[in-house]
Design a protein around this ligand. Structure first.
Ligand code: GLC
Length: 718
């Protein structure tokens, strides 16, 4: 095996540098001058071994990869080709919706297909590893990175994680890339929704809610995993031996590559877990973390740790071998340039075929939050105004835009013009800045709104208000946007809001005022076309939210799969004050929009709920079924959801948990029977003794269109 042969020829210094990750830009100049000026200058790496670095991150295009790889190999003694890694989070050059949007499609095949498309574009640029999927469970919309997650449910997160890994990796062929599941673990649990903040939870909560999606990626064969910035139970993930070595590698059997997040090794000093970079290197290697991204702890200290007998060469060999095996599987020992192809990349990237995939994904991800009947608009409409700060901007393609370009993104105005041509008119109305108070453009917009048949009002966030390091303490839309809305509604009631956001927003006021709200998330390169197709009925909204929308920020954290408490407030009392219950004196407990919620242009009727048995012996499979009928006027898709409630447990159990979903398409008048299998495995959870078991007792069964559905049957697990 080549990897073993190569390892056997490497010196200790070469092995150590193989575990360092640098930026691609360091190697762009044939004469090596970048090394002095690039990030390596801040890392004080030994120039003797700078061409023994094992992996590179942040690539910009096929030619860049060719130049960097050529320069690297020309200077390298050992000539072990580096592999290139990139944040291909929701697309490489053709961007699809942010992952919180793709998850709202509840479509495993879609999650697979968009990742497959991204992998092809990335591999043509010479990328070998995508730093995705991000599978962190989230409950706090103040956190900027909810946009790249799949939401608040462990089961849905797991399904999306597995589908995305398989989309990226396929059969690890020419147009596939290795996936890297992140951020291990529980990065989404940052207190106060503040990035990089403390994560503190019980092992039971960690295993019950946060770990399943990483394990789903591991079980799907993910090649790499990234450790998170945060602590778990007081220990930073990158140096957390229990988490990485014992759980990930010991319990789950993961023998792939573990890479740190950006400088997370040396940040263990900031956490106050390590005294210096030497201890960071020791803790990380003890945890069996392999690659150090953009910090020099391994490079500076691993050798002396070996000389002091604290770290063994065998430990280093294991890490290096994992990296070399990944390279062998990627084929870079036979062809260091792998699938890079400058001309093919130009032909394929952001081409019609990929744009079509991105457009379809944006249509399937959108969620109709409200519609008093004004949508869809007629394509024969005499005149329509596209108004608002997000009406004519490409800054709706999402915050992890990788190689995507704003100028390649279809704006809503362009999309509407593609349908109604010169019957579309535009006014900005106000600015997008969350702190803007400029009302000077409102009158012009209102003037326009008063003259047209309908208004599409594009509101919400800028794409830069979500994503890494973009957390917010205010998740309402700005007052100036409400002022614009109010003034427009005074002159034209036929107004639909297209909402662009990277997170759930606390938009109770918008829900009260707007006749219709179509949540487009950040929809990607084809966002404008998808939005117009949905507004004019060329496509019918079918998405359902996977992260709860609060009425107000004060309700956060708020999520559907919560525990009941000893003093639950009854749903029928939601708007009544019941003091000595788990409730507020000034606000209902219910969210604005619950997990699994989303409307259609048609109506679906659920009937004939059945459950095959009212007892389950160990090993039995029950069948829960329902009939769903399209009783409206549009052919459309419906996401039928199965929830189960374990009524009594040795540890308290959520009031309901998503355990299955089917996305079906029904013609007008068509009816289908939807069936779900219920197995003992689905009933298991991490009990008080931290054992993964299904405990005997009563289980309630729910089937419905969102998480507010009521139980229709129950069974006894013997
Ligand atoms: C960032 C992110 C991580 C990303 C990495 C490389 O800080 O936390 O998700 O993959 O650095 O860009």
């Amino acid at each position: 095996m080549k990897a073993q042969q190569i390892l056997s020829k490497m010196t200790l210094d070469e092995k150590i540098y193989h575990l360092v990750q640098m930026t691609t830009m360091t190697y762009l100049k044939a004469d090596g001058t970048d090394i002095v000026t690039g990030p390596s200058s801040t890392m004080q790496l030994d120039k003797e071994y700078i061409y023994d670095v094992g992996t590179l991150l942040n690539l910009v295009g096929a030619q860049t990869m060719i130049d960097a790889q050529t320069n690297f190999l020309n200077h390298s003694k050992r000539k072990i080709p580096p592999i290139f890694m990139q944040d291909v989070i929701h697309g490489h050059r053709t961007l699809y919706p942010i992952n919180l949007g793709v998850a709202a499609s509840f479509d495993r095949q879609l999650a697979h297909d968009v990742a497959k498309m991204a992998a092809k574009e990335a591999s043509l640029d010479g990328v070998s590893v995508a730093f995705a999927p991000m599978v962190d469970l989230v409950r706090d919309p103040r956190w900027g990175r909810v946009m790249e997650s799949s939401g608040e449910d462990p089961y849905l997160n797991s399904e999306m994680a597995a589908a995305t890994v398989k989309g990226f990796q396929g059969d690890m062929g020419k147009y596939n890339v290795a996936a890297c599941v992140k951020h291990f673990a529980a990065y989404g649990g940052a207190e106060a929704g503040r990035d990089y903040n403390t994560v503190d939870m019980s092992e039971r909560t960690l295993r019950e809610y946060y770990l399943p999606s990483y394990k789903a990626a591991v079980d799907a064969g993910v090649k790499m995993l990234m450790t998170a910035f945060n602590i778990v139970d007081g220990v930073p993930c990158s140096g957390n031996k229990w988490l990485v070595n014992d759980v990930l590698r010991g319990e789950w059997g993961f023998d792939g590559v573990v890479i740190s997040d950006y400088s997370a090794f040396e940040e263990m000093r900031n956490h106050g877990y390590c005294a210096d970079r030497k201890e960071c290197a020791y803790r990380a290697m003890e945890a069996s973390a392999d690659i150090e991204m953009m910090s020099p702890c391994y490079a500076h200290h691993l050798k002396e740790l070996v000389e002091e007998g604290k770290i063994t060469v065998e430990q280093i060999d294991k890490a290096v071998l994992r990296v070399l095996k990944l390279k062998e599987e990627l084929g870079v020992f036979d062809n260091p340039y792998r699938s890079v192809d400058v001309e093919e990349a130009k032909r394929v990237q952001v081409g019609p075929e990929h744009r079509a995939i991105a457009r379809y994904a944006a249509e399937q991800s959108a969620v109709l939050l409200k519609n008093d009947g004004i949508l869809p608009l007629s394509k024969d409409i005499k005149s329509v105004a596209v108004i608002g700060p997000n009406a004519d901007t490409g800054a709706i393609h999402g915050s992890w835009f990788c190689g995507g370009k704003i100028e390649e993104t279809i704006t809503v105005l362009e999309g509407v013009k593609n349908i109604v041509g010169d019957r579309a008119f535009y006014a900005k109305g106000c600015n997008i800045e969350y702190d803007s108070t400029d009302e000077s453009m409102i009158d012009e917009a209102v003037e326009l709104a008063s003259k047209v048949d309908a208004v599409i009002l594009c509101l919400g966030e800028h794409q830069d208000y979500s994503g890494e390091g973009n957390c917010r303490t205010n998740i309402e839309i700005p007052a100036v946007q409400y002022k614009l809305l109010d003034k427009i509604l005074e002159v034209n009631k036929n107004t639909a809001v297209a909402l662009f956001t990277g997170r759930p927003l606390a938009i109770w006021e918008l829900d009260k005022k707007a006749p219709a709200i179509l949540n487009m998330w950040m929809p990607g390169t084809e966002g404008g076309n998808a939005c117009a197709n949905l507004i004019f009925g060329n496509a019918v909204p079918s998405g359902k939210i996977t992260m709860t929308f609060p009425r107000v920020l004060g309700q956060v954290p708020i999520y559907y799969n919560a525990y009941r408490t000893g003093r639950p407030k009854l749903e029928e009392d939601d708007f009544n004050r019941v003091r000595f219950t788990s409730s507020y004196l000034d606000m209902p407990n219910s969210p604005l929009y619950p997990f699994g919620y989303g409307l259609s242009y048609t109506e679906f009727e659920y009937s004939d709920f059945k459950l095959s048995q009212d007892t389950m012996n160990r090993g039995d499979t029950l069948v829960a079924s329902v009939k769903v009928k399209n009783v409206g006027k549009y052919k459309a898709k419906e996401i039928v959801q199965l929830y189960i409630h374990d009524v009594v447990g040795s540890a308290v159990r959520p009031m309901k948990e998503l355990k299955g979903f089917h996305k079906i398409e029904l013609d007008v008048g068509e009816e289908k029977t939807v069936e779900f299998k219920i197995t003992e495995e689905m009933l298991k959870y991490w009990n008080k003794e931290i054992k993964f078991v299904a405990e005997s007792g009563k289980f309630e069964v729910f089937i419905g269109k969102d998480s507010t559905c009521k139980p229709y049957a129950s069974f006894e697990l013997i």
